[in-house]
Design a protein around this ligand. Structure first.
Ligand code: CO
Length: 213
């Protein structure tokens, strides 16, 4: 069967299996959503959010773009984060990068990629911020992996730069922000050993908006 038409067959089979396990499955799911996590990940087809976390429908609010970026002028991600934090009351935001990310690779090897140039510029900025550390890494694979990790950390910091996140973060310590990397070669997730509070403190004089309630 045509790969496209097969999707509707898959969908019917999925509906059938859900209803056979719980005949009220869709009624319950349609009534509300109360996800505990916001996942910001790469659009890469090999890194499906719910699947790698073993979470069901309704359990994770998801935003994906090329190389899991949090760009301050991106209305899309700003709306997602604000809705997640202020309306859904989500207390855990996860930024998940992945080794072997094509976006990161492109940023390491500058070439003209048209519309992608401005998107990848954010990654080149991450490279510039951490250029000393990265240029000391001789092994190109290790350098590539490290830029994947540093990008996740910088995107976590970009979340703390957002005004409404700061308001809540300083008052309640929430949302908790987590830096993850997914390994395509073994399917494992890992949390990066980074103290975001400490990192943000070191740059707080630049980004703290001193928001008063
Ligand atoms: Co990617």
């Amino acid at each position: 069967m045509d790969q496209y038409l097969q999707i509707f067959e898959n969908n019917k089979a999925w509906v059938k299996s859900k209803l056979s396990a719980d005949e009220h499955f869709f009624e319950k799911l349609a009534s509300d959503q109360k996800p505990h996590f916001l996942y910001i990940g790469c659009s890469d087809s090999r890194v499906p959010a719910n699947v790698i976390m073993g979470l069901d429908e309704g359990e994770v609010f998801v935003h994906r773009n090329i190389a899991n970026l949090v760009v301050s002028t991106d209305n899309n991600i700003n709306a997602v984060i604000q809705y997640a934090v202020e309306h859904l009351g989500i207390e855990h935001i996860i930024v998940c990068g992945h080794y072997g990310c094509g976006g990161i690779k492109a940023a390491l090897h500058p070439t003209d990629m048209g519309q992608l140039n401005s998107w990848l510029q954010t990654l080149r900025d991450v490279y510039r911020i951490h250029q000393k550390e990265l240029d000391e890494i001789i092994d190109p694979h290790k350098k590539f992996d490290r830029l994947v990790e540093l990008n996740v950390i910088e995107q976590c910091v970009n979340i703390v730069k957002i005004d409404h996140v700061q308001r809540k973060w300083y008052k309640t310590g929430l949302p908790k922000i987590h830096a993850w990397v997914y390994d395509l070669h073994n399917g494992l997730l890992k949390e990066l050993p980074v103290n975001l509070g400490e990192y943000f403190s070191s740059i707080r004089n630049i980004y703290d908006l001193k928001i008063e309630d």
